[in-house]
Design a protein around this ligand. Structure first.
Ligand code: AMP
Length: 210
């Protein structure tokens, strides 16, 4: 099963992708997580990406297409995968096509901007494993540390309100047109992304028919 999750930053793509990937026994591939890891490790790609991420802009297509090509070539992707945060532009979607990847489903998690802004202000992440929590809607068990790694949760730099505003602008101008791209191919399904994590995964499982 090859699935794409589309949606604004903070729509819940990562959270839902993890749940569905666990259910299907396939990996979740998050370009954002791969780039953040590269940034943490100070690799050449991480250094190149830094200024874009911190300004809430997209990393250039050739960089992310390269990341995806390399990742999809690994053996754990043989039986399928979920892409979280890729593609984000029409050229990225075309690159997937030209790699000969046939997608089974494309799901767009729909959340209004006002809800996104509110969600991002409470988002907390584990810098070690990348797990995402929310202070109100999805807190860790002690509200401070990651449940798995026990390290203190932090706020992503690009979740600062002014950066969230630019990320939403980029989403509407550059990523949202992908809905039309996939709708024309007949593979797009919309999921109402407002509600609890459980409610949204129930809806997602239903549209995915998995
Ligand atoms: P995310 O964790 O998916 O919200 O991604 C965080 C940041 O990484 C984005 O704001 C972009 O700067 C960069 N990024 C992640 N995926 C892509 C992509 N497919 N194309 C361009 N930039 C990306």
């Amino acid at each position: 099963m090859k699935i794409i999750f589309l949606g604004a930053p903070g729509a819940g793509k990562g959270t839902q992708a993890e749940i569905i990937a666990g259910r299907l026994g396939i990996p979740t591939i998050s370009t954002g997580a791969i780039i953040r890891e590269a940034l943490k490790n100070g690799t050449e790609m991480g250094i190149k990406a830094k200024k874009f991420i911190e300004a809430g802009e997209l990393v250039p297509d050739d960089v992310v297409i390269g990341i995806i090509k390399e990742r999809l070539a690994k053996s754990d992707c043989q039986n399928g995968f979920i892409l979280d945060g890729f593609p984000r532009t029409v050229p990225q979607a075309e690159a997937l096509d030209s790699m000969g990847i046939e997608l089974d489903r494309v799901v767009s998690i729909e959340v209004p901007d006002e809800v996104i802004v509110e969600r991002m202000s409470g988002r907390r992440v584990c810098a070690k494993c990348g797990a995402t929590y929310h202070t109100v809607y999805n807190p860790s068990s002690d509200g401070v540390n990651c449940d798995k790694c026990k390290v203190e949760l932090t706020i992503r730099k690009d979740d600062a309100p002014e950066v969230v505003k630019s990320r939403l602008e980029v989403y509407h101008s550059t990523t949202e047109p992908l809905k039309e791209f996939y709708s024309k191919k007949g593979s797009l399904k919309l999921v109402d992304g407002v509600g609890s994590v459980d409610e949204i995964s129930y809806r997602t499982i239903k549209v995915l028919e998995v």
